[in-house]
Ligand binder design. Structure first.
Ligand code: UN1
Length: 509
């Protein structure tokens, strides 16, 4: 398979300008932040980085906006998100271009990311009429017990490069209908898509007459994120990134009794059982492991395959990997775009070196591609590595396309291997044996927040709650009842009798 050579940096820059123009966004020209593209590994624009004072002002403005937004009826707040969804639909192609330019995603996955944003807007519009509390049977006569959900306050969103827009939209669409202003600190690697999204929210805000500061974007480095983390006016910090980042953010927010929603590392595995439909499993595994060049937090990183089918399945996997088209993410037919940075490629190289030192055998991939054509970019061949056991490197998350293969003999062993890592985001089993499938989903099965059957680990729909356990951080975003993290609950006891009855039969006076 020949690699598709990407366009030059000038061409990518023109495409970025065209997409920003189409959306109507103006570049905040200045210095302090460089917009880059992993397509060529080169710089596109110099941008103004948000200062400490500007961050302070943004938080103060968001707090002022909260006082208006929290009493705006929720269905009226939903109108803002409805309008945002319309604008995202109208600009799906432009936004996808920017995602490809900054995150290196192939066209279909970039369009899919924007679709995810449109979907969460639809979901949140519906949610704006469904922020239900319970009514509870009171133990006292003439009393009514109920729960009311109120807006929480300013939400600080810290997002990562790999889903630069969708993860922001899960947080923002839901926070806005819940009555919370959003202050967003995107990854430094993806300022252009953030600018475009921020501009579209501003347009929607103007059109529906919402307070301008219900949404603000801060372009800066980790110091901006730290300001959000440490400011007690930020009621909820929703942060997506590495476990290392979460270990810092969690205690700092807790120290001021703020709330945290953490989406951290994944080290996701699929079990392939002897009864599995191997064609389906192969397709699912290749997409989950090599798709997005291994840069999703849900990427499949460990394959736990039954010994009786391991050789056959791994041979087929290696053959499929050999045919994966690597290269220009804009080109039709490319399935693997670039890694985000040279540091990511170096991380992959080092992980492969450790895997070999720990007894692993690289069956396919691992090399660099397009080195002469685009020397500053980092195109790599997705790798499959057969490991003798779940050694130290297998238990770590390396944010690159490496799939470690382990074998098992009985299903309990498969589950033990599966759960034997510090992370707990996504998991799946490929089987046609109902007992195995149910066992995998049971309390003593997979310990992850996402547990699938006959489908890979990545590509979750927005309707479910997204997040994971253990070092993944425990947060849940997106669908189902994840909205509750963005609101505060008040328990109301109303006495409509003319007696004062105390609970628990207490008598006093
Ligand atoms: C992420 O990688 O941070 O389930 C989010 C998926 C996508 C979201 C991934 N819907 O793969």
């Amino acid at each position: 398979m020949t690699d598709t050579v990407p366009p030059g940096t000038d061409n990518v820059r023109e495409r970025a300008s065209a997409a920003l123009d189409a959306v109507g966004a103006t570049l905040p020209v200045g210095h302090g932040l460089t917009a880059r593209t992993p397509i060529t590994g080169e710089d596109l624009f110099e941008l103004h980085a948000t200062t400490e004072q500007e961050t302070e002002d943004a938080i103060a403005a968001a707090e002022a906006a909260f006082r208006v937004w929290r009493t705006t009826p929720a269905p009226a707040r939903g109108e803002l998100v409805r309008r945002l969804g319309d604008l995202l639909r109208a600009h799906q192609g432009d936004l996808a271009d920017l995602i490809t330019i900054e995150a290196g995603k192939i066209r279909s996955e970039a369009l899919g990311e924007v679709q995810e944003m449109i979907d969460i807007c639809d979901f949140a519009v519906g949610l704006s009429r469904q922020l239900y509390g319970r009514s509870i049977a009171s133990e006292r006569p003439g009393h009514r017990l109920a729960e009311t959900w109120h807006p929480l306050g300013v939400v600080g969103v810290i997002s990562a490069f790999n889903f630069p827009a969708a993860v922001w939209s899960w947080n923002t669409a839901v926070a806005l209908v819940c009555g919370d202003p959003v202050v967003w600190k995107p990854s430094e690697a993806t300022p252009l898509i953030s600018l475009a999204c921020g501009h579209l929210v501003d347009r929607a805000v103007r059109e529906v007459g919402a307070p301008p500061a219900v949404h603000q974007v801060l372009f800066g480095d980790r110091r901006v994120g730290e300001q959000l983390v440490d400011d007690s006016r930020v009621a909820l910090v929703s942060a997506t990134g590495s476990t290392r980042m979460g270990r810092e953010v969690g205690p700092r927010v807790a120290a001021r009794f703020g709330r945290c929603l953490l989406e951290l590392g994944g080290n996701n595995a699929s079990v392939v059982a002897p009864s599995a439909d191997l064609d389906l499993a192969l397709h699912g595994v290749v997409f989950a492991a090599a798709g997005t060049a291994g840069q999703r937090c849900t990427t499949l990183r460990r394959l736990i395959v039954h010994r009786s089918i391991a050789d056959e399945f791994v041979d087929r996997l290696v053959a499929a990997y050999r045919k994966l088209p690597v290269g220009d993410p804009f080109a039709e037919g490319t399935l693997v775009g670039p890694l985000v940075s040279a540091a990511a490629a170096e991380g992959m190289r080092q992980a492969l070196e450790k895997a070999v030192a720990e007894g692993g055998e690289v069956l396919v991939g691992g090399g660099a591609r397009l080195v002469d054509e685009v020397p500053n970019a980092s195109y790599v061949e997705p790798a499959v590595v057969r490991m003798p056991e779940q050694s130290a490197i297998v238990r770590q998350e390396t944010f690159a396309p490496i799939l470690y293969v382990l074998t098992y003999d009985d299903f309990d062993e498969a589950i033990a291997l599966h759960n034997g890592v510090p992370q707990g985001l996504s998991s799946s089993v490929f089987t046609r044996d109902q007992q195995e499938a149910e066992r995998f989903l049971a309390a003593d099965g997979s310990d992850c927040g996402i547990t699938n059957v006959n489908i890979g680990t990545s590509g979750a729909e927005i309707g479910g709650a997204f997040g994971g356990e253990k070092e993944t951080g425990g947060g849940r975003e997106s669908g189902s009842d994840a909205w509750r993290a963005y609101m505060r609950r008040a328990t109301n006891t109303v006495n409509y009798s003319s007696e004062l009855t105390l609970a628990q039969n207490v008598s006093f006076l």
